[in-house]
Design a protein around this ligand. Structure first.
Ligand code: AMP
Length: 364
């Protein structure tokens, strides 16, 4: 019996330290999860198509395409539980793995998070408000969608969008058809443009048995659609923050997530909270927890998927997380000269513009 299968016998009571966590995706989120797993005595195996992925520098790696079933079988034989750090893993990879190993979160959660229309339907059905939206699957849907939503609006591809990719702002008089053609006629959603007061996010953790813990809401600033700064705590009125926490809890429960769910929201000028999107994994807006929270989001993920007691989400001190994009990572020496700054670099060799190279947490 291998070490992995021995540890799997303890599944009823959770996966004990000494077990092996498999992570689909080897980006910075996988890297930081692997480091947190090591702190609790777990080993990690990463599955990623890129042999030089950031998580591969700190953990064993299986290098193969997500569609390679033999490689998925080799991976599942090494691990006691599988989680993910990347949403665009094919759902089939999860269903295949789930035949031999617990996959947390599972295929249903991933399918919802991969498709904006499915995600919004789920959220609205659970009583959670979103921006008004309509689907556009063919050019014939455009007029009805514009009539329902009005302009200005944002056209988003239903699948494979992130950090503003696959998004087009549509102003009155603009040609929606041209934008739809530019996206290659793939299924899209047209969303009302929200004139928001601010953007916030809440990360919730949930175990298989339903136990949950929610991190405090944080406020996010974007530059060119990419997260730039996170302010923790958000500093909004208590009632708004409590409502944001309740929304995150409701979404996590409704989707029966085992692991983490990051919920991004807009606070409108009228004081309403609208959910923009959810991600069933660690989130960039949770990086402040590595230094300024009793438990980091990465350790919380490990605890949640292994069935360990969840850690406290108490904030230790108000903090600001700043992303280091592209060649901003060259500022490492200046950042380190502030003794209170906590620098995290992801070990990526090529600093392409807009690429997330690291982040820094500072007390406010
Ligand atoms: P997303 O890829 O959906 O997270 O969108 C990226 C960013 O675009 C968001 O964080 C917002 O700053 C902006 N955005 C997206 N959707 C809307 C919307 N319906 N109204 C206003 N701003 C939006």
């Amino acid at each position: 019996m291998t070490d992995a299968s021995l540890a799997r016998q303890t599944m009823k009571d959770g996966i004990r330290p000494g077990g092996v966590i498999g992570i689909l995706g080897g980006g910075q989120l996988g890297r930081m999860t692997a480091l947190a797993a090591a702190e609790l005595g777990y080993r990690t195996v990463i599955f990623d198509p890129d042999a030089n992925c950031p998580a591969g520098h700190v953990a064993e790696t299986v290098t193969a395409a997500y569609t390679d079933r033999d490689a998925l079988d080799r991976f599942s034989a090494k691990v006691d539980v599988v989680t993910l750090e990347f949403e665009n893993v094919p759902v089939e990879a999860l269903t295949h793995l789930a035949q031999t190993v617990p996959v947390r979160p599972g295929a249903t959660v991933l399918s919802a998070a991969q498709d904006r229309a499915v995600e919004k339907t789920f959220l609205n059905d659970a009583g959670i408000e979103t921006a008004p939206w309509a689907t556009i699957e063919t050019p014939a849907d455009i007029d009805a969608a514009v009539a329902k939503i009005g302009l200005p609006a944002v056209l988003k591809t239903s699948r494979l969008g992130y950090d503003g990719k696959g998004q087009a702002m549509i102003q009155p008089g603009d040609d929606v058809r041209a934008a739809f053609e530019r996206f290659g006629r793939v299924p899209c959603v047209l969303e009302g443009l929200i004139d928001f007061e601010c953007e916030l996010s809440v990360i919730a953790a949930r175990r298989d048995d339903g136990a949950s813990a929610v991190f405090p809401p944080v406020m996010n600033e974007h530059r060119d659609h990419i997260l730039y700064k996170t302010h923790a705590p958000a500093g909004l009125p208590d009632a708004v923050e409590q409502e944001a926490v309740e929304i995150a809890r409701k979404a996590t429960e409704g989707l029966s997530v085992t692991g983490l769910l990051a919920v991004e929201m807009f606070l409108t000028k009228q004081g309403t909270l609208l959910v923009n999107e959810v991600a069933p994994r660690p989130h960039n807006s949770g990086h402040w927890t590595m230094d300024a929270c009793a438990t980091s989001q990465f350790q919380q993920l490990v605890r949640a998927v292994c069935g360990l007691p969840l850690g406290s989400t108490d904030i230790l001190y108000p903090a600001v997380m700043t992303n280091l994009l592209g060649d901003e990572c060259e500022e490492w020496s200046e950042i380190l000269s502030d003794p209170r700054a906590k620098l995290h670099l992801y070990g990526k060799s090529e600093a392409r513009p807009g690429r997330k190279m690291g982040h820094v947490n500072r007390p406010k």
